[in-house]
Structure formats: C-alpha cells, structure tokens
Design a protein around this ligand. Sequence first.
Ligand code: ADP
Length: 275
Amino acid sequence: MQRYQISGEKAFQIAKLDANDTADWDGKKKEAKKTFKTLRKELAVLQQKLYAEHKHKVLIILQAMDTGGKDGTIRAIFEEVNPQGVKVANFKVPSTFELDHDYLWRVHQKVPGKGEIVIFNRSHYEDVLVVRVHDLVPKEVWNKRYDHINAFEKMLADEGTTILKFYLHIDKDEQKQRFLERLTNPHKQWKFNPNDLEERKLWDQYQKAYQDALNKTSTPWAPWYAIPANHNWYRNLCISSIIVDTLRSFTMGYPDPIPDPQQYVKQLENESARD
Ligand code: ADP
C-alpha cells in the first residue's frame, strides 16, 4: 500500500491519480471485502492492546472534498473497536472564540493521549485549503502555515505520536453522483447543503490547494497517503491495511501482570467458602 504514499522524491500530481484505481484488486471486489473484514477484526485486537499498553498515541487525519467519504471511512473501519480508546474530532467552521486564537490551538487540544487513537475528520489542513481558496486570510499568512504544520507535527511525533494522513481522492463526476444520491435518498438528504454546490464550482482551486498541501507537508514523521476513493470497498481496504500495518509494527504487549495472581484467586475462593 506504499504505492499511494507521497514520498517527497517525486512531486505529486493530483490530476494523475485515478480516483477509480483498484490496482491488483481489479475485478476482485468480493475478495477485497473479505480481506477488509479480516483487517477490521485485527484492528480491533490491536487497538485493545494499544489501549491496555497505554504507551502509543495514534493520530489519523482524514481530508477530502465534499462527499469524499470521510464519514463512511470512519464508520466502516472503526466499527469493531472499543469506543473507550478511539475518539473522533470534527473540525467545522471555527467559532469566534476559536478564531481569537492561532489556528493550531483548537487542534492541539484534540490530539491523542497515550493508549488512544484519535481520528481527525477535517483538521488543521483546512487552514491551507478552504482558507486559501476563499481568501479568508492573505497569502502571506496561509503560505507560512505549511512550515508551522510540519514543525507542529514533528513535535507531536518527537513526543511519541504516530501520525497517518489520508486524502480521499474522488473525481468530479463521482461527486456529482454522490450529491444526486444525497438529494434523492431520504436517509441522506439531511447531509446536503445548497452551499455544497457553490463549493463544487471551486473544484479546480481546491484540487490545486490539496496538491500543494500534500506536496509540502508529506514528511517522514507524518506521511500523506492519497487514496483512490471512488470505490468505497477499495478505499476501506487501502486505509485499513495502512493502519493495521502501522499498529503491527509497534509490537505491543499487555502490561505485566501482577505478581502471583493465584493468591487473589485463593482469597476469592475462600470468600465464597465462608458465605
Ligand atoms: P463535513 O463536510 O465535514 O461533514 P460540514 O458540512 O459541517 O461537515 O462542513 C464543515 C465545514 O467547515 C467545511 O465546509 C469546512 O471547509 C469548514 N471548515 C473547517 N475548518 C475550517 C477553517 N479552519 N476555516 C474555515 N472553514 C473551515
């Protein structure tokens, strides 16, 4: 799955990434779904260890165009984990109070602690995406943010956080289909906002902003993966396999058991004998 990692060696060109790509899994959707379910089970086991061991901190960042599948990815991949150790942080239009602070302030408060996985549904990257596309601050301001972000993420990594960043890449036709589905499916209509179509008109500007952000902020300590996401089953397979690979590499263990647990077993058995 390294195939989708933005390495920094070669400039990433968003227009060259086929949102329909399914690589070696072409024509093997059924098999891919089965593999995904196995990975999802393994993720639940690994997450349980991560929580018990209370050592690693994992930050997963999801970014995408509207309808790109962030919500669906979270629902599908994290269905079986222990909700005690997994949190989702959503970053919407900042409040006036948040805007009174620097743009990383609200983000820093949500990063994972030991034993936790935190998923960012949107993130500080909005501050070089929507903010740039809509000129919410001047270029001199947003242009410095790539360096801030790299330094911020380096600090988190140096302090023990593992960071994985996923850009879910759909194409413009797919977005149209997904909007139409939202508008006609009573269970999805609530998700549609007429302003989404105004944002759609800015598709090219967003793509350029994404391309720059991914090229400037994919680092060894916080790599970006640009995942073809027109096919949900392939997107889920790619993302879950990258997460599981990463957690496997931790070689985690449960904390040491207390010495001589047998004495407590005896204590409890004596208790029931007395009753
Ligand atoms: P989502 O699309 O993530 O399901 P919403 O429909 O509520 O949730 O959209 C959240 C909106 O907040 C998006 O349009 C996003 O661009 C915007 N947003 C997030 N962070 C910022 C930011 N820092 N500045 C301005 N807008 C932001």
